[in-house]
Design a protein around this ligand. Structure first.
Ligand code: NAP
Length: 496
């Protein structure tokens, strides 16, 4: 039995999703599979007027309380039905994710399982969302803190995990009672549109989830500037994140959730299980071809074992199966865009020019079609090199060395980012000291990229603002209202 799926015979045309219906009639953007070079989907280039209509629909659906007015249990029931439908459509959605993104099918299926869990956790969160009360204000005053949905949310997602990042946000936005307009990356819009089908079948009222497709420069920018969008959740580059802050300031001070870039350290002490840590390092940079905001791209390794450890990682990298992502055996698929492919190859050339030593990979992999890059390890990297400082967003690991715990912490913090970090040691003192002192929103001890939607995600420093997933993820899409209730007769101010 073959484990290689076939390509579609012709590209599938999608409609954009507005107020409970799919619409066509716009010019189309044709997306080619980055792994195969053949067209797979056609996506509408929506107009700013379409965006306007979507914000109006989302506003109407919010203000008439068709969603926010339901009980948490009723909202949760829709999310649980969506989880069931996703379970049924798992392989189909994973297939479209592979065609547009280039990630391996086995990985994509695992990601859909994670997305199902996001909907289940979101369903629970809808039921558990609550405010607070103050019973300590004296006998004449009672205080309550209500949590209310922020309103209309604009959601902009990137191309590296089109469905996973979407599902780490949508169930939590829905749990809060908000409505939304989603703008996926133009190159990976299919699965965001498929989610519209799933949510409609699950019973989500019209107008609550709208998807407007098109480029970041047109639709994305207009969404960030829109004066009737109450909150913007943006996941993508730090540069565009900065422009979201300006757009919010220049429009209506919309609330912002920002999940941005990273240059994440993996710190390996001599007393760690070096085989485990080497596997973690190879996985941490090669998973999703390193096009991952939490990719561990800076190896910070104790000098006494550095040469041995780098050799272990290089040997692991050489055994990673780079191949056609429609093959179930493939571990590393294609680079998602031609521009990103050029960027990664450019950084590899720069690393060599800067004097770093190539221990693994360092070149494109020719599979006859599509764009692939071998997992790459540079040793002898110094903190001033561009490959050590800038987010490459590809399978390129840079090795830096340290002698003391303090030096390891200083190297790990020597970045403008603060998204994720990992430490490998059998010594509990070192593990916890490093965990406390390294500035990162997500931390792994003797593991990497582990976790589920129960635990919040987000960054320190220039990696972003706010948290997604878990109870924090729902609360992010609410605002609090402090209510003061006088009990009994008021003590009068105007007397006499
Ligand atoms: P990007 O260029 O910033 O694009 C992200 C999204 O923003 C896409 O939907 C894009 O649309 C849109 N966009 C582009 N220009 C825009 C503008 N001027 N105004 C509004 N929206 C605009 O980032 P990317 O290259 O897709 O993704 C890679 C980056 O995302 C990396 O830096 C990575 O670290 C970061 N990331 C962070 C996380 C996290 O959770 N922290 C997760 C994943 C990725 P088009 O693609 O259609 O142009």
């Amino acid at each position: 039995m073959t484990t290689l799926l076939s390509l579609p015979h012709s590209p599938r045309e999608f409609g954009f999703y507005l107020d409970g219906a799919f619409h066509g009639g716009r010019p189309l953007f044709e997306r080619a599979s980055p792994a195969h070079g053949v067209p797979v989907s056609r996506i509408p280039k929506c107009t700013v007027a379409d965006l306007e209509a979507a914000v109006v629909a989302a506003r109407r659906a919010f203000e008439d309380r068709r969603w926010a007015g339901l009980s948490g249990a009723a909202r949760g029931a829709v999310l649980l039905r969506a989880a069931d439908i996703l379970r049924r459509r798992r392989d189909e959605i994973a297939y479209w994710e592979v065609l547009e993104n280039g990630k391996p099918i086995s990985q994509a299926r695992g990601e859909i399982d994670h997305c199902i869990a996001c909907f289940e956790v979101g369903a629970g969160a809808a039921r558990l969302l609550h405010g607070d009360s103050f019973n300590n204000l004296g006998d004449s005053l009672f205080g309550m803190v209500l949590r209310e949905p922020v309103g209309v949310v604009g959601l902009i997602t990137p191309w590296n995990f089109p469905f996973l990042i979407l599902c780490e946000r949508v169930p939590f936005i829905l749990a809060s009672g908000c409505t939304m307009v989603v703008k996926p990356s133009e190159v990976t819009s299919a699965t965001t549109l498929l989610l519209a089908e799933v949510l409609a079948e699950a019973g989500l009222p019209n107008g609550v989830y709208n998807v407007i497709t098109g480029s970041g420069r047109s639709i994305g920018q207009a969404l960030t500037e829109h004066p009737d969008v109450d909150m913007l959740s943006f996941t993508g580059s730090t540069a565009v994140g900065r422009s979201c802050v300006h757009a919010a300031a220049d429009s209506n001070f919309k609330k912002l959730g920002l999940e941005l870039g990273g240059k994440n350290p993996i710190i390996v002490f001599a007393d760690s299980d070096l085989e485990d840590a080497a596997d973690g390092a190879a996985f941490g940079i090669s998973f999703n071809t390193g096009q991952c905001c939490v990719s561990s791209s800076r190896l910070i390794v104790e000098r006494s074992v550095a040469a041995e450890f780098e050799a272990l990682v290089a040997a692991k990298m050489a055994r990673i199966r780079v191949g056609d992502p429609l093959d179930a055996a493939t571990q590393v698929g294609a680079i998602t865009t031609a521009a990103q492919n050029d960027t990664i190859l450019g950084y590899i050339a720069r690393g060599t020019a800067e004097g770093a030593q190539l221990l693994a990979g360092g070149q494109a992999v020719d599979l006859g079609r599509g764009q692939y890059i071998a997992p790459t390890l540079f040793a002898g990297v110094t903190p001033d090199m561009a490959i050590a400082r800038e987010e490459i967003f590809g399978p390129v690991l840079c090795s830096l060395r340290f002698d003391t715990v303090e030096e390891a912490i200083a190297l790990a913090n020597d970045t403008v980012y603060g998204l994720a970090a990992s430490v490998w040691t059998k010594n509990i003192d070192k593990a916890l000291t490093v965990t406390r002192r390294v500035r990162a929103g997500r931390f792994w001890v003797n593991t990497i990229m582990a976790g589920g939607p129960e635990i919040p995600l987000g960054g320190f420093r220039q990696s972003g603002w706010g948290r997604e997933a878990g109870m924090s993820g729902v609360e992010e899409y609410t605002q609090t209202k402090s209510v003061h209730v006088e009990l009994g007769k008021r003590a009068h101010w105007v007397t006499g």
